[in-house]
Design a protein. Sequence first.
Length: 136
Amino acid sequence: MRSIPARPVAVALDPQPSPLPKGRPALYAVEARSPVAIAIQAELSETLAALRIYEPEQRPFWPHLTVSRVRSERRPPERGQRRGKSRPRRVSEPPSPLPEQLTEPFEAVRIALYRSKTKPQGAEYSRLDGVDLPPA
């Protein structure tokens, strides 16, 4: 991480949480618009891939904040199966928009690199490194 030049990172949060995926969402997230954060992630991805310690994802990087997760509803197992399938419950009232003061652009104070391990209970994140960012 320290090989990537630290620079000011402006961030602006969208006011309305988006359902993901659409239809029966598993979560709601707020986009964190930041071209500089996207550029830093691309530089770090290239650096780690060149060191052969990371395989870049096919999907584009999407800076966001997860604001809520939707619990799943478990269906009974099919004949011969041990566990039933699950899918997100129906959402009767999605999250409200963010208050106006939270949608004002702000400067990030640090970036961090996390490892994500997917488990049946959900993802587990562990912080690997971080860098403090200079002010604008």
